[in-house]
Design a protein around this ligand. Structure first.
Ligand code: ASP
Length: 437
């Protein structure tokens, strides 16, 4: 019998009604043996996520306010869940213990982790699964850096002892026994680590979307779902996938060759998207098109730049000194352009430009801060004639001026820069040009 590891995000475990859906999913397949849960998320759009409320408790304590009010809201939600699920896990005792620990000096990691801890206890009792606390199993060093090898060793040894288990996501503990968390959204990482530790056949990541779509549905309302996507394609389309899956969640599963299946708890019959190293059957040349607005282009011109040794190196050293990372670096014979997200430049642009003028003595530097980047991605584009012609033809017909072009050497992506206000038109045009079936 195979092993499936499942992770359910905050909206999937937001209340007893959602947890009933989760139980139905888990019960539907005996291979679904290890379940990782987030802390309860929002039940409706104005609601609060438990994790945000827990961090708010920490802020209160730091500012010498009592966290009682906020903690009361958190406690009420868990008590209501215990009642509505019809389980008895002694939630009152746990809440009392956590309340007693909310004192000056308590760490944000400890407080935040309790959201997953309590949710895990409730879910385990409700499913009839063992509860496995990841403290002592998911290991961090004294500086809070994750230690993967130690984690795999301990997790796999422990999970062998449990036929079926619920494991709270997001946290583990360090070498001194203190609770440590991953960055926000880190339950995805826990799920991936568990999948690798038990050598799962698949890692099902259950959320509130039915996988990825070929384009943003706000721009292309009829955008088709992506059935299969490779890790490389997903990385190229990171503008699109970033909010669905934590970046660090990809590595453990990928290393162990375990496919990740993005699924929707509210639409459990939808197959979602499978992320793996094997490209699936594709009906269209492209896998998806995605992009983001608000990039700056800094265009530097210097006569005979191409024969000046070390010019780009000195330019990049200036960027490094401002802790600015760039997205693309297209070059011409005497020009180099830096494409940088505007968010990196806030409060730094003028100083950096002065440094560039002073240290590189260019003939001109132009800044344009209104650019959108769009990535058209698909392993199917590789070695196929006419892909660029079709793409640029479509943009021309739509009246979109292309300000930058960058094609990866893998021939799997074409990235273009257009004016922010052409962004939606360009995505629409590219989608229509390639998605024909
Ligand atoms: N509860 C944590 C957060 O909101 C971790 C997670 O849900 O993955 O970031």
């Amino acid at each position: 019998m195979g092993i499936k590891v499942l992770k359910f995000g905050g909206s999937s475990v937001a209340d007893a009604i959602q947890l009933q859906k989760v139980k139905n999913i888990v019960d539907a397949d005996p291979e679904r043996r290890y379940v990782v849960v987030s802390a309860p998320g929002k039940r409706f759009s104005d609601d609060s996520k438990i994790t945000d409320l827990l961090y708010l408790c920490k802020t209160h304590i730091e500012n010498h306010f009592t966290p009682d009010h906020v903690f009361q809201v958190i406690s009420d939600r868990y008590r209501m869940m215990e009642l509505n699920l019809g389980v008895k896990v002694g939630i009152d005792k746990d809440l009392e213990e956590i309340r007693a620990n909310l004192k000056p000096g308590v760490t944000a990691d400890y407080i935040a982790s309790r959201g997953e801890y309590l949710c895990g206890k409730l879910a385990a009792a409700f499913f009839g699964f063992d509860f496995v606390d990841p403290a002592g199993l998911i290991c961090f060093d004294e500086r809070g850096r994750h230690m993967p090898e130690e984690t795999y060793k301990r997790l796999s040894e422990e999970l062998k002892k449990h036929e079926k288990a619920v494991i709270p996501g997001f946290y583990g503990s360090d070498v001194n026994g203190n609770i440590r968390t991953f960055s926000r959204g880190g339950s995805d990482v826990t799920g991936s680590l568990v999948a690798k530790a038990v050598n799962a056949d698949i890692y099902e990541n259950w959320t509130d979307v039915s996988g990825f779509l070929m384009a943003d549905p706000r721009i292309v309302p009829e955008a088709k779902p992506i059935k299969n996507i490779t890790y490389k394609e997903l990385r190229e389309l990171s503008y699109m996938g970033a909010s669905v899956l934590h970046e660090d969640a990809v590595f453990p599963a990928r290393e162990a060759n375990i496919p990740i299946n993005i699924r929707n708890t509210n639409e459990p019959d939808h197959p979602g998207t499978i992320i793996s190293d094997t490209p699936g059957e594709k009906t269209n040349i492209i896998t998806g098109v995605a992009g983001r607005k608000d990039f700056a282009v800094i265009s530097i011109y210097k006569n005979l730049m191409n024969s000046e040794i070390g010019f780009v190196k000195r330019l990049l050293a200036i960027l490094e000194s401002y802790e600015i990372s760039f997205e693309h670096l297209p070059t011409g014979i005497d020009t180099v352009c830096l494409i940088i997200s505007n968010s990196y430049l806030e409060g730094k642009l003028q100083d950096m430009l002065e440094d560039i003028e002073r240290r590189l003595k260019p003939d001109s530097v132009e800044v344009y801060q209104d650019m959108a980047l769009i990535a058209t991605v698909g392993a199917g584009m590789n070695r196929r004639l006419g892909v660029s012609a079709r793409l640029f033809g479509a943009l021309c017909e739509a009246g979109v001026n292309v300000r930058m072009i960058d094609q990866g050497s893998s021939e799997m992506n074409i990235i273009i820069g257009v004016q922010n206000d052409n962004f939606e038109t360009a995505i629409r045009a590219i989608y229509d040009a390639f998605v024909t079936e």
